[in-house]
Design a protein around this ligand. Structure first.
Ligand SMILES: [Mg+2]
Length: 228
């Protein structure tokens, strides 16, 4: 069957995310140090991140919403540090702006430009990256994230919403991503064809395998050509 659309994971598929998150956490730490010093005195960046995980565990209903988790963790930390008043939105923006200062892998834009001439492209992310801030939004028909959809990958909801908006059957869509569970298992369960992006030569962790494996997006066009 002819391939009509490609859906892409973002973090660790189009750019490396952890160095950027760590830098964003460091900048937030400095901002807090200047305005609310008792917070960083009491919570390291890692402990603030762990607070997010703790909130996600206690409130599974918001676990898919990375923005809400970050804000609630900051608010909780401010309260525990004894601040009755705290500018949570301003603090979050410091983190969020830095978190979107990502550097796409060099092959990403040229490859996506070529693919966009042939296929509809959409992004499906569990994170809170903003393609407009990153400067790739012109290549995508639309972007879905777990916050808008109300559920994270591998749940079928985001794939289902993408399929509906792409007006394609699952077999006409190829999902491309780095995470064996979120992207490969999720994509397969939605009936999409899947491509595992394995940039670091990891062993496959087990479970149903992707239809193809690539180590960079430059290999994607050849894979699609064999399927066309
Ligand atoms: Mg990813």
């Amino acid at each position: 069957m002819k391939i009509k659309a490609l859906t892409f994971d973002l973090d660790d598929t189009l750019w490396e995310v952890w160095p950027v998150v760590e830098r964003a956490e460091a900048l937030l730490h400095d901002w807090l140090m200047a305005r609310y010093p008792r917070i960083p005195a009491r919570f390291s960046a890692l402990e603030l991140r762990e607070l997010c995980d703790e909130i996600a565990e206690n409130q599974p209903g918001i676990a898919h919403d990375r923005t809400r988790l970050r804000k609630e963790a900051l608010q909780l930390a401010a309260g525990r540090a004894g601040y009755a008043e705290f500018e949570v939105d301003a603090a979050f923006m410091v983190f969020f702006t830095a978190r979107n200062a990502v550097e796409p892998f060099t092959e990403v834009r040229p490859t996506l430009e070529r693919l966009a001439r042939r296929y509809l492209l959409a992004s499906l992310s569990n994170g809170n990256a903003d393609l407009r801030l990153i400067g790739l939004d012109d290549l995508f028909a639309f972007s879905l994230n777990a916050i808008d959809v109300g559920a994270a990958k591998p749940e079928v909801l985001m794939f289902e919403e993408a399929r509906r908006r792409l007006q394609a059957s699952p077999a006409q869509i190829v999902h491309v991503g780095d995470d064996p569970i979120h992207d490969v298992q999720g994509g397969l369960e939605a009936g999409f064809r899947t491509v595992w992006v394995n940039r670091t030569g990891r062993d496959w962790p087990g479970g149903a395998r992707a239809d193809a494996e690539i180590s960079s997006l430059t290999e994607l066009e050849a894979v699609l050509a064999t399927w066309e």
